[in-house]
Write a protein that binds this ligand. Structure first.
Ligand code: IMP
Ligand code: MG
Length: 172
């Protein structure tokens, strides 16, 4: 493993997910909510989040990818797999591992808006600010950081470290 420093323990993460789940359950009570997990990174967070919700939800995934093998973000987002659920007239919550430049979510938002949902909001476990290049913000954020490249809890570096139960910052 490369040199890393711990950022959030599994326990810290669990507490933060519980806070988010409580807010989301309250805000979407009696609403028809579709969660769209952004692959691949969001699979761990989404799995934890849904098990803490107290409202029924529908779950789907979209696979939008911006990264090559390393840690350089790009504006060239590829839609690899789209959604299967009919979201017209429904409330959609995008579930992301990390919101960084915003390019991925910007493209995903445009794609989802084409299906005319009632509303779309963004839930990112990590909200990372320094490189934000699009005018968008997370409606729900588990943890805010200014910068740094993070791994673990779904987040990868060149497809490694996604399985780690805690979050670490890669040292440069
Ligand atoms: P954005 O398009 O720059 O907002 O980046 C979103 C995607 O980039 C995320 O879904 C991640 O896959 C990846 N990403 C951005 N920052 C990090 C990081 O610190 N660690 C791992 N992946 C990251
Ligand atoms: Mg990634």
């Amino acid at each position: 493993m490369r040199d890393v420093s711990p950022l959030l323990t599994a326990h810290d993460i669990e507490e933060k997910v519980a806070v988010l789940a409580e807010k989301i359950s309250r805000d979407y009570k009696d609403k028809d909510l579709v969660l769209i997990g952004v692959l691949k990174g969001a699979f761990v967070f989404l799995a934890d989040l849904v098990r803490k919700l107290t409202i029924p939800v529908t779950i789907d995934f979209a696979w939008f990818s911006s990264y090559g093998k390393g840690d350089t973000s790009t504006e060239n987002i590829k839609r690899i797999v789209g959604i299967k659920t009919d979201i017209a007239g429904k409330h959609v919550l995008i579930v992301e591992d990390i919101l960084d430049t915003g390019f991925t979510i910007k493209d995903l938002l445009a794609y989802l808006e084409s299906f005319h949902p009632e509303s779309i909001k963004i839930c990112a476990f990590i909200d990372k600010h320094e490189r934000r290049s699009c005018q968008l913000a997370a409606d729900y954020a588990g943890h805010r950081v200014e910068k740094g490249f993070l791994v673990g809890y779904g987040l990868d570096y060149a497809e490694k470290y996604r399985h780690l139960p805690a979050i670490y910052e890669l040292k440069t």
